[in-house]
Design a protein around this ligand. Structure first.
Ligand SMILES: [Zn+2]
Length: 201
């Protein structure tokens, strides 16, 4: 579980994309904010999560306020990444922040330009798949070309957790979920957990 080792200390390990286990230990106010944020996200079974998002061609105030909203939801949900798809918005926009003190990074129209041969398997969760943790093998080093929120071309070279989160979120923009990237056995178990969670809701 490589992302455990590289996760900053304030964030829980499962928080590749979130933390599902420790809700009871959260400060009640934090827990309430988290629940409110999660309630705004699309979850498994929603066809939007299986839909490929469209490239953004207008870098305007509407886009920037969408990004600000995504960053706020990601923070409230205690996640480290979020794709617009998860809000039901089919724009190729993702935000992430892998260290609590770091600024939120927004990538628009991200393209995986290069990935290294070295790969690593680690547990991932997803804000759209409550109660699911599966092992996903991904390249450790990637280079991504994207636009920033002003429309400027940027290149991000990332490794470890940052590379993992970016790849997870780009997958969302392509309608791909961690269920598609794990073993058959883990997918089966995850589907069972999802059914149980949906019945309990
Ligand atoms: Zn996700």
């Amino acid at each position: 579980m490589a992302d455990r080792a590289i996760e900053p200390p304030q964030l829980e390990p499962e928080q590749e994309l979130e933390n599902q286990e420790e809700e009871e230990q959260l400060d009640p106010e934090v827990a309430a904010r988290r629940a409110a944020a999660l309630a705004q996200l699309r979850t498994f079974g929603d066809p939007v999560l299986r839909t490929r998002a469209r490239a953004v061609d207008r870098f305007d105030d509407a886009l920037r306020s969408e990004i600000a909203h995504m960053a706020e939801l990601m923070n409230d949900a205690l996640g480290v990444g979020l794709a617009a798809t998860q809000l039901g918005v089919l724009n190729r926009v993702l935000v992430y922040r892998v260290q609590q003190e770091a600024p939120v990074v927004a990538l628009i129209n991200p393209e995986l330009e290069w990935s290294g041969k070295e790969s690593e398997t680690a547990e991932e969760g997803c804000l759209s798949l409550p109660k699911v943790l599966v092992e996903v093998d991904r390249p450790v080093h990637v280079r991504v070309r994207a636009r920033d929120e002003q429309g400027e071309q940027i290149v991000v070279e990332a490794s470890g957790l940052e590379a993992r989160v970016i790849q997870h979120e780009i997958d969302h923009l392509d309608g791909v979920l961690i269920l598609d990237r794990t073993t058959r056995d883990q997918r089966k178990e995850a589907m069972r957990a999802l059914r149980e969670a949906q019945q309990a809701a």
